[in-house]
Design a protein around this ligand. Structure first.
Ligand code: ADP
Ligand code: ZN
Ligand code: ZN
Length: 725
């Protein structure tokens, strides 16, 4: 028996660190094992072995079983998991388990399909079975044409499998790995000048880290550029990772990739796959059989031995950030991974995030621009503002908007009504002089809580009564921005009785089949007016939209959430991009009470860059990300007071270590009550990432210890680079 030694094992528990076990097996980092943990048996992964000296071996429990159906996890994956655990201050075991497909998280062996093919050896070929052995002869003949898969063997006859097992024993047959098919590329449109220039620039670097931003307006042909670039990477024998937002993983997108590269294995990875399917795709990628992996945020962890390129499409999309457990940002991890594995990365978007724009401005990312639509005929839509301050609205709709919709319906053209009802926290504003309810203690806006007639700062905790008149000009007509939208849909049905409406939101499109039905109806011309929420602002191509109308956008102008304006602007540009995609030029009508607002003025000019600069400057002045780095420590309990007491105590203990870090709060969360619990938070901000992380390093053990003394109902979590306040 081999010598006993101790190994470190990562398991899926909310505890920091790994656990020591005893084994006589020669275990290596990345191997999957079963270990006893308390009263349970759990799956774990070896992280490293440690010298047995100094450890009381006798007290350690033993590794029970090694699962060796797969090779040990690659070092590159373990390195990324370690980085993510450090950066997000999350337990290493839970981080690792987040990164793996579900099938590998259980304490049982997994079954993998044997991909190898059957073929005859020289000895097998030399000896043709006699005619009376019908089954043998049929199989022998079938194998003359080349190697067969298991399925093909079963198709020959019921006995074929057993016969082959015999032949394998006798050395007449053997199993061989499938030969990769040579790259095939279906015909593609020739690129326009801008696309060609972008492609050449993107191809300049190989085998080294190079971060690019492909900034192209909707319909400018970004995807076509990815396809061309991917072709070059595949031709060099490398693999490609393409990350997309959940909602964009449509059959249309998949078809475009499989259609272009018909001989390449394209693997899809997302959270709605069955365990077996996801494992298969993951292993295909890991074993190098898949050329392209297209997936949502979780796919960023997919092991790819021959990785040659990472593309993050719609990089601004907030779905790349996980909002629970390991709160990672897949785009940020993708950039880290590209640097680590020395490959180029392309962040594509019509509306890049301010974080990315700041990196461009600092010279860290190289930007390539596609400023025109790819179809020569497709022109940008004309955008018009409908000033609703002094006109009477019918059920929230301006006459001009109703008339425009009616005209489209009469002409048989399709329109889109975009209702912006994202949970903007309302602030109080004066329409006469532009006064806004700002916090006197910090640069955040105060949020209105109408029921209590209070305004509250969710950044630092300041509270005051809602004023009755504007403090600046005395106007008595102060209103919270952003009214409800529920009735609008019903109103549309009444106002446009002859129109065929189709509503698209999270409820109506929960299933993939629902999207297929939406596309079918749209293609078949069975829809006059699409009515929908922010889902429609994403990358769907509905063909010829003649009119886009936007309602209730103003709430995003002056929200307490400092990201609201960035999101609103991106959404409006994206949704405007749905208009006039094909030959027909489109029109966009935006109802607003603030037509002079710089956001709308920039929108009229399709001026993304100008407004992004304005926002970046605002963030710099206010000391918000990306000008500073931020982390939130959230706590929740049955009552706000318990959460606040915990955070107050934590703040007192953490503050002495807060060198170069601004600590604010406790403040109630923007949405205080959620699922019967009440939430509050501390905000940590610093211009220096190192300073922030040094503090978080100390904060986490403090929080762990303090939480134990604040009641069992108390929960806390840390969010590094939070996307939601
Ligand atoms: P994006 O990803 O920027 O929205 P796509 O790559 O999807 O743009 O292109 C938009 C439309 O234009 C698609 O229908 C695409 O097939 C087409 N297209 C893209 N590039 C070209 C080109 N060079 N010539 C002709 N059509 C193109
Ligand atoms: Zn005023
Ligand atoms: Zn404040």
């Amino acid at each position: 028996m081999a010598e006993e030694c101790a190994v470190q094992v990562a398991v899926d528990v909310p505890l920091f660190g790994t656990f020591s076990y005893l084994t006589h097996l020669p275990l290596r980092a990345g191997q999957r094992v079963r270990v006893p943990f308390g009263p349970r048996r759990v799956c774990g992964f070896i992280t490293n072995d440690i010298p047995t000296e100094g450890i009381e071996i006798g007290r350690l429990k033993r590794v029970e079983e090694l699962f060796d159906e797969l090779p040990p996890l690659p070092a590159t994956l373990l390195a990324m998991v370690r980085f993510a655990a450090d950066y997000y201050h999350h337990p290493i075991g839970q981080t690792l388990f987040t990164a793996l497909p579900g099938a590998l998280r259980t304490d049982c062996a997994v079954r993998l399909e044997d991909e190898r093919l059957w073929q005859l050896t020289g000895a097998g070929l030399a000896e043709e079975p006699p005619a009376r052995q019908k089954a043998r002869r049929a199989l022998w003949q079938a194998l003359q044409d080349g190697p067969l898969t298991n399925a093909a063997v079963r198709a020959v006859s019921a006995q074929a499998g057993r016969i082959l097992a015999d032949w394998l024993q006798e050395g007449r047959a053997e199993r061989v790995p499938p030969e990769p098919l040579p790259l095939r590329v279906a015909p593609a449109p020739s690129l326009n000048d801008e696309q060609q220039r972008a492609l050449e620039a993107l191809s300049e670097t190989r085998d080294d880290f190079a971060p690019y931003v492909l900034h192209g307006i909707t319909g400018s042909g970004k995807t076509e550029v990815y396809l061309r670039l991917i072709e070059r990477v595949l031709a060099a024998g490398r693999q490609v990772l393409l990350l997309v937002p959940e909602i964009n993983l449509t059959p249309q997108l998949i078809e475009r990739f499989t259609g272009r590269f018909p001989a390449t294995r394209v693997v899809m990875l997302h959270s709605h796959l069955a365990d077996g399917e996801r494992l298969k795709g993951w292993v295909d990628a890991w074993q190098g059989r898949a050329g392209i992996v297209i997936g949502t945020r979780l796919a960023v962890f997919t092991p790819l031995p021959r990785l040659g390129l990472i593309v993050v499409d719609e990089e601004h999309d907030s779905s790349f950030k996980q909002q629970d457990g390991l709160r990672y940002h897949a785009r940020d991890l993708a950039v880290w991974r590209a640097r680590q594995e020395r490959v180029p990365i392309v962040l594509g978007s019509a509306t890049p995030s301010l974080e990315t724009m700041a990196n461009v401005a600092a010279g860290r990312y190289r930007r390539l621009t596609l400023s025109r639509r790819a179809h020569d005929a497709a022109r940008l839509p004309a955008i018009r503002l409908v000033d609703t301050r002094r006109i009477k609205l019918v059920e929230g709709l301006a006459e001009a908007v109703i008339a425009a919709l009616k005209a489209r319906v009469a002409r048989g053209e399709m329109s889109l009504v975009f209702i912006n009802r994202r949970g903007f926290a309302p602030v109080v504003a004066c329409h006469e002089c532009g006064w806004l309810s700002g916090c006197p203690r910090c640069s955040a806006k105060l949020v209105v809580h109408l029921a209590e007639r209070k305004m509250r700062c969710h950044h630092c905790g300041w509270e005051e009564a809602v004023p009755h008149v504007c403090p600046d000009c005395g106007n008595v007509d102060l209103k919270p921005l952003g009214q409800g939208t529920q009735r609008l849909e019903a109103a549309l049905a009444r106002l446009l009785p002859e129109a065929r409406l189709l509503r698209i939101d999270r409820d109506t499109t929960r299933h993939k089949a629902a999207w297929d039905e939406v596309y079918r109806k749209v293609r078949a011309g069975e829809v006059d007016v699409l009515v929908g929420t922010q889902m429609l602002a994403k990358g769907h191509d509905f063909g010829a939209l003649s009119l886009v109308t936007v309602l209730n956008a103003d709430g995003g102008l002056y929200s307490a959430d400092y990201r609201a304006a960035e999101r609103l602007f991106a959404q409006l540009l994206q949704v405007a991009g749905r208009a006039g995609r094909a030959e027909a030029p489109g029109e966009v009508l935006v109802q607003t009470q603030w037509p002079e607002h710089p956001l709308y003025q920039a929108l009229l000019r399709h001026d993304f860059d100008g407004y992004a600069q304005t926002l970046l400057e605002e963030r710099r002045m206010a000391g918000f990300p990306p000008a500073v780095h931020q982390a939130l420590l959230r706590a929740d309990a049955y009552e706000l007071a318990s959460a606040t007491a915990f955070l107050t105590a934590l703040r007192a203990e953490a503050e002495p270590h807060a060198d170069g870090v601004l600590v604010s709060g406790p403040a109630p969360a923007l949405m205080v009550r959620l699922a019967n619990r009440e939430r509050a938070q501390l905000v940590f901000e610093s211009g220096s990432r190192a300073a922030l992380h040094a503090l978080l390093e100390r904060l986490v053990p403090l929080a762990e210890r303090l939480a134990k003394t604040h009641g069992r109902a108390l929960r806390w979590s840390l969010d590094v680079d939070p996307q939601e306040m």
